[in-house]
Unconditional design. Structure first.
Length: 280
């Protein structure tokens, strides 16, 4: 590999065998080197292959200004998140998470804190992402001796949630949590009940709900392959839950111009019926 561009002593741009531009990281990999020089494979610690050219360019700009340890920590957390979370994570996470951790640490050094107004919703609706946020805060404490507030674990979780959407759009989370809350309120009011939000059944329900609402936000088509006999049986067996789903469908059509498929109605009915049954 030959260096195409030096970002700093630890990061360079080069090309792979297919002539695709890649980012290569390694301690001192570019020390006393210039464009056109060879890179030893033994000096490479991490290779970033980012297909989106906009993300690639933005990541290059970010890497040029950050110490290597931020990149190493960010990469460790991202790899852990990709193992732990069921949904694919957009490459935009390399920018958003790395930049956020750097800014959070710098703010903390200056005694500045930022209140996370969505923290309660994040803990409630995105417990897996929140736990990864807590792990990140612990890692920062170990590595830098800086104790970030719980709000930062929530912000990190938000970046992970955003990166699981199709385009990594940072504007989706508030709408996602609001839509989920609206649906949960309909279920509560319809059945005149409250739920144990620490239960595994509520966790399963909100996990299904998050995937459903994310798909709706991204306008991802959902193949409607419902077994009509199964749907007819569910309508009878879980009549109240199905009627509740019709209320939800009205909300989504009126507020978001989204029409639920029969398949989505079927599975949401089953999840609601199970949640209500286990809540008794």
């Amino acid at each position: 590999m030959k260096i195409s561009k030096v970002l700093n002593n630890n990061v360079v741009i080069t090309t792979d065998q297919s002539q695709n531009e890649i980012i290569v990281m390694g301690r001192g990999i570019a020390f006393k080197k210039k464009v056109g020089d060879d890179i030893s494979s033994e000096a490479i610690d991490k290779v970033y292959r980012l297909e989106n050219q906009t993300i690639l360019s933005q990541f290059q700009e970010l890497l040029a200004d950050l110490p290597l340890e931020y990149l190493e920590l960010s990469n460790e957390i991202i790899e852990y998140a990709r193992r732990e979370l069921s949904s694919p994570i957009n490459d935009s996470i390399y920018i958003s998470l790395t930049d956020h951790m750097h800014c959070a640490i710098e703010r903390s050094k200056k005694g500045m804190t930022v209140k996370n107004v969505l923290l309660w919703d994040i803990k409630r609706f995105f417990p897996d992402e929140y736990q990864i946020g807590c792990k990140t805060v612990e890692k920062i404490k170990e590595q830098y001796g800086i104790q970030l507030p719980d709000d930062e674990a929530g912000f990190i979780a938000l970046h992970l949630v955003n990166a699981q959407t199709e385009n990594g759009d940072q504007g989706n989370v508030a709408e996602l949590t609001q839509t989920m809350q609206d649906i949960i309120n309909i279920v509560k009011y319809f059945f005149k009940t409250t739920f144990d939000e620490e239960s595994v059944y509520f966790y399963r329900f909100t996990t299904h709900l998050k995937l459903f609402v994310s798909r709706m936000q991204n306008h991802t088509p959902h193949a409607d392959e419902t077994d009509e006999d199964l749907l007819a049986m569910v309508k009878v067996k879980y009549r109240n839950a199905y009627q509740c789903v019709q209320k939800i469908a009205e909300l989504l059509e009126n507020q978001y111009q989204y029409q639920m498929s029969s398949d989505e109605s079927l599975y949401l009915t089953i999840h609601i019926a199970r949640l209500v049954q286990k809540n008794r």
